[in-house]
Write a protein that binds this ligand. Structure first.
Ligand SMILES: O=C(O)CCC(=O)C(=O)O
Length: 321
């Protein structure tokens, strides 16, 4: 892969995001930018698989297989390694350095302004071949957030660690639907993820969005998106990261500036756009001393954050689908 070409979006890319609610930016990262994250994840797969072998839950550790194949082979025997990675517990230095990568923050600044909060809602997703639970139904990221933040822009950066395409389950989007409201979402009994059921899905032609390793897909928080089955025999590894302006509700422990939202219990401002996980300041002109620069601080935040109350906005909506 060529080394990362440019960090800022062109005017045409900005227009596409504004009009369509998504845009792909190629070559944001070089292979060497992504390798430390891959190494950190591979080390965890190695550690967990050895543990399971020792516990008699896995026949062997499949150490001879590469990053894309090893977890696929393990998952034919047990879902435990994939599950333990999926649930957001990995928060090592390489993750921190990727989330705070200057080129990514340059991109985020174009949407969020100079005071940037990294929302701690980041996910590492190993989409396992032919596993139904790897599919993510249609949803808007705002469906998971506080209604107060529906009108804001919270940027999702979807970032594959391998080439992502239709066959291995890249994302699909509904272009232009971000211009409308957050539509009703349903919870499913005994299944993960919120879903927008067919009758609530905004009109439009779903679009498959392949992204090459090193590139990113940028999504608006009201852009409906989904991903379907991985039909290959390799894992489709990806991460999704989120950024917002510090002016929005945030549980980051930072000084508030005039005109920034503060949850004072009176004006309906929530404690954060997504209270269950910890936000942190990643770039700032106004309070540079409060920017989190140490991986250990990020790690501690991830491990010790106490979730506070969240609006149960879809409480009435339950479906069997
Ligand atoms: O990676 C996927 O398959 C789904 C990602 C997603 O839905 C999200 O980032 O909100």
């Amino acid at each position: 892969m060529s080394s990362a070409a440019c960090s800022l979006l062109t005017a045409a890319q900005m227009t596409q995001f504004k009009e369509e609610g998504y845009v792909v930016v190629d070559d944001v990262f070089s292979a060497s930018d992504l390798q430390p994250v891959i190494d950190e994840v591979a080390a965890e797969v190695d550690r967990r698989s050895r543990e399971l072998v020792a516990e008699g839950k896995l026949s062997r550790d499949y150490a001879e297989l590469d990053f894309e194949r090893r977890l696929a082979a393990i998952s034919l025997e047990t879902p435990e390694v994939a599950r333990s990675i999926w649930n957001g517990t990995l928060a090592g230095p390489a993750f921190f350095h990727l989330i705070t990568h200057p080129r990514l923050l340059d991109v985020a600044e174009q949407f969020c302004g100079p005071e940037i909060i990294a929302s701690s809602v980041y996910r590492l997703r190993p989409k396992i071949p032919q596993h139904e639970y790897g599919a993510v139904p249609w949803h808007q990221d705002s469906g998971y957030m506080e209604p107060y933040c529906d009108k804001a822009t919270v940027l999702t950066v979807w970032l594959p660690l391998v080439d992502a395409n239709e066959e291995n389950g890249c994302l699909w989007v509904l272009p232009k639907a971000h211009r409308g409201e957050v539509v009703p979402h349903h919870r499913r009994t005994n299944k993960p993820y919120l879903i927008i059921v067919d009758e609530n899905l905004p009109d439009g032609q779903p679009k498959c969005v392949p992204v090459r390793k090193g590139g990113v897909l940028l999504l608006h928080n009201r852009t409906p998106h989904a991903s379907f089955e991985n039909k290959t025999n390799r894992v489709r590894w990806s991460m999704d990261l989120r950024y917002q302006s510090a002016a929005l509700p945030t549980n980051a422990k930072i000084t508030r500036l005039p005109n920034e939202d503060v949850a004072d219990g009176k004006n309906g401002v929530p404690i954060a756009c997504y209270p269950p996980e910890a936000d942190f300041l990643v770039r700032s002109q106004a309070r540079p001393n409060e920017v989190v620069t140490e991986p250990a601080v990020f790690h501690k935040l991830r491990k010790t954050h106490q979730s506070s109350g969240m609006t149960n906005r879809w409480a009435e909506n339950v479906t069997e689908r």
